[in-house]
Design a protein around this ligand. Structure first.
Ligand SMILES: [Fe+2]
Ligand SMILES: [Fe+2]
Length: 150
């Protein structure tokens, strides 16, 4: 069966690829493409955050009893990342290339630091804590395979 680390880390990589294409489109003033890529980046990123906030984090908190630990820190960082994503969207709408690229750089750096903490600390802890609960996770996270599919 797919592990927490594998599933959630793969979503990080998928978002990174969309981000790179978006940055590339903006760099060459490909605005219609940038609009479409930005929409996709928001969908994928916000879906991933909600997979964590509505699915992984509550289950992790339930199973470990750690309510004020790493999941709280990650929720706080999601708030800031959503704001940066919004700022990037505003700059794309304004067709302000320098502002988009500046905000994009801040967003991406912050996102990478966030993802490293999840991939090196939180997901491995979740792999341990949720060993017997992956079926429950799959009920809460769209796309997470249930054991009869895996
Ligand atoms: Fe996260
Ligand atoms: Fe994540």
């Amino acid at each position: 069966m797919l592990s927490v680390s594998e599933f959630f880390s793969a979503q990080h990589r998928a978002c990174d690829r969309v981000f790179e294409q978006l940055e590339e489109a903006v760099s060459r003033d490909g605005w219609p493409q940038a609009d479409a890529l930005y929409t996709r980046l928001c969908q994928d990123t916000l879906q991933h955050f909600s997979n964590e906030e509505e699915g992984l984090f509550p289950l992790f908190e339930e199973k470990t009893g750690m309510q004020a630990g790493p999941t709280q820190v990650m929720r706080g960082e999601h708030v800031e990342l959503r704001e940066l994503l919004q700022r990037m969207g505003d700059a794309i709408q304004a067709r302000d290339r320098d502002e988009v690229l500046g905000t994009a750089e801040t967003f991406f750096l912050f996102l990478q630091q966030h993802n490293v903490k999840e991939e090196q600390v939180l997901y491995p802890m979740a792999d341990q804590a949720l060993q017997g609960s992956l079926q429950e996770l799959s009920a809460r996270v769209p796309g997470f395979p249930s054991s009869d599919q895996a």
